[in-house]
Write a protein that binds this ligand. Structure first.
Ligand SMILES: Cc1cc2nc3c(=O)[nH]c(=O)nc-3n(C[C@H](O)[C@H](O)[C@H](O)COP(=O)(O)OP(=O)(O)OC[C@H]3O[C@@H](n4cnc5c(N)ncnc54)[C@H](O)[C@@H]3O)c2cc1C
Length: 385
């Protein structure tokens, strides 16, 4: 088989498994999980058994190396079949929590933290945003003071995905209070059971089955070996980490666009008005085509950007494309959610339809992982404007 055929076979097998998982293990319970504000912890184990948590991670840590295109194919399919951003955000929160450890952590730290998370036994979260600001990362105020062979952490984080039950928190801290710039920032792993760490659940517009927390660190003592990489290198880690998060969010957004399209098309075929199916009305068909147009442009761009990542072409221009792709994909999602609800009519306003859920999940996609405004600004700077 050619490499392309190999890739297609892998992607198809993955997509089949993802659709089966959603059909048999998620769909019937999803609305209950949304009401409960979390899904069962056992789902992490299940996703690990199916090989999804480990995708893209090194083999010696229990991972399965995989190109971005394959990882994105999985993300798109799970998002399309499940239609739940909350499920995706929490089930895969390790994909934002772990990369700094993989790229910069000591061998001992990697061995202690990574395998348990990839086996679905432990939950990982990334804690950067603070009540004082998320966009302006450089101004973060949570401190980690070195005392002997420990760091003492004080401060607050907010809007942290999987924050209520994470076993490992990858926390951005200021280790040098005199340096108010990027050089004062470091990354530190904090165990979820550390004394002095308290968590408060946050109520949200969407992503309901994802546990989102405000975290408080009151003199939390952490062994100094939990520092990720060198002191003062945290800001660079955060910036690099954002690229992967934004690419994955674009893939998620594409899956949600397709989910809205699928539900709207199925509805339009079976719903009758004025003696004929909705799909027979030209206006409705055109709405679906307007959705399709955005879906296909997002897919083509996502594939192109992912292929370049897989080929190791990741310069400033690529970073700019990731930012703009995230905006394009989430705007496409916004459009598709809006049109999907419109085609479903009153039913689109009812809890339990995918379009209704996705409509409520649009805004976090244009805010989380870097806001729309900041994406444009960053892209323009990368392109030297
Ligand atoms: C459900 C959810 C889950 C999240 N999960 C996580 C997580 O797991 N970990 C984590 O660390 N964070 C997480 N976040 C936080 C998210 O990354 C931030 O909300 C986001 O970065 C924006 O920060 P902010 O909310 O403080 O907005 P602010 O920084 O206060 O910005 C407010 C508005 O002003 C705009 N703005 C700010 N500065 C400028 C400027 N210079 N020019 C133009 N416009 C500007 C912004 O674009 C935005 O529209 C999550 C957020 C949500 C809602």
């Amino acid at each position: 088989m050619s490499p392309t055929e190999d890739f297609d076979a892998d992607a198809n097998a993955l997509a089949d498994a993802a659709r089966r998982f959603i059909r048999t293990e998620v769909a019937a319970q999803l609305n209950d999980w949304e009401e409960a504000g979390e899904f069962p912890r056992s789902l992490y184990r299940r996703a690990a058994e199916l090989g999804w948590l480990a995708m893209g991670y090194p083999e010696h840590l229990g991972g399965t190396p995989a190109p971005w295109r394959l990882r994105n194919a999985m993300t798109v399919t799970l998002a399309r079949a499940g239609g739940s951003g909350g499920l995706m955000a929490s089930l895969f929160s390790h994909n934002i929590g772990l990369p700094p450890v993989i790229r910069h952590g000591s061998t001992a730290l990697q061995q202690e933290v990574v395998p348990g998370i990839l086996r679905g036994e432990k939950i990982s979260a990334l804690a950067i945003t603070e009540p004082g600001g998320g966009t302006d990362v450089m101004s973060l105020r949570t401190t980690a003071r070195r005392e002997g062979d420990e760091y003492v952490v004080d401060g607050e984080k907010i809007f942290i995905t999987s924050g209520m039950r994470a076993d490992w928190l990858t926390v951005a801290v200021r280790t040098n209070p005199k340096d108010k710039g990027p050089g004062g920032i470091s990354m530190l792993m904090v165990p979820g059971d550390a004394p002095g760490l308290s968590r408060t659940a946050l109520k949200k517009m969407g992503w309901l089955c994802s546990d989102t927390a405000q975290l408080r660190f009151d003199g939390v003592r952490v062994p100094a070996r939990y520092l990720v990489g060198e002191e003062g290198t945290g800001f660079k880690m955060i910036l690099t980490n954002f690229n992967g998060e934004r690419l994955s969010m674009a893939a998620m957004a594409l899956g949600f666009c397709e989910c809205c399209f699928d539900e709207a098309l199925a509805w339009a075929r079976q719903r009758k008005t004025f003696g004929t199916a909705l799909i027979d009305h030209q206006v409705i068909r055109h709405k679906l085509m307007d959705m399709k147009m955005r879906i296909e442009s997002t897919r083509a761009w996502l594939n192109a950007v992912s292929e370049r990542a897989d080929a190791g072409i990741k310069g400033a221009e690529w970073v700019a494309e990731v930012c703009l792709l995230k905006n394009h994909a989430t705007q496409a999602m916004q459009f598709c959610a809006d049109q999907g609800v419109q085609i479903l009519g009153g039913m689109g306003f009812m809890r339990g339809t995918a379009c209704e859920r996705i409509y409520r999940e649009v805004k976090v996609m244009t805010i989380g992982g870097g806001t729309e405004e900041i994406m444009k600004e960053l892209a323009s700077r990368q392109l030297g404007l």
